[in-house]
Write a protein that binds this ligand. Structure first.
Ligand SMILES: [Zn+2]
Length: 67
């Protein structure tokens, strides 16, 4: 007895077993499409430049001062 699910991307029936490596997606392509949509939604949020230098005020020199 096998269970099947519908691919979230193309709605094709996918057998829920070890045979379907990309379940619940029918194939790697559908999986990537779904992940891509998720990523693009996330990127839709106005992206500000990452303030990496201000967030991390530590430098190698600061570390040396402690010793
Ligand atoms: Zn699919």
């Amino acid at each position: 007895m096998s269970k099947s699910v519908k691919c979230p991307t193309c709605k094709k029936e996918v057998e829920w077993s070890a045979v379907s490596k990309f379940r619940p997606f029918c194939c790697d392509r559908c999986r990537l499409i779904d992940l891509g949509e998720w990523a693009s939604e996330k990127n839709a949020i106005p992206a500000e430049p990452v303030p990496s230098t201000e967030e991390f005020p530590f430098s190698v020199d600061d570390g040396f001062d402690k010793y």
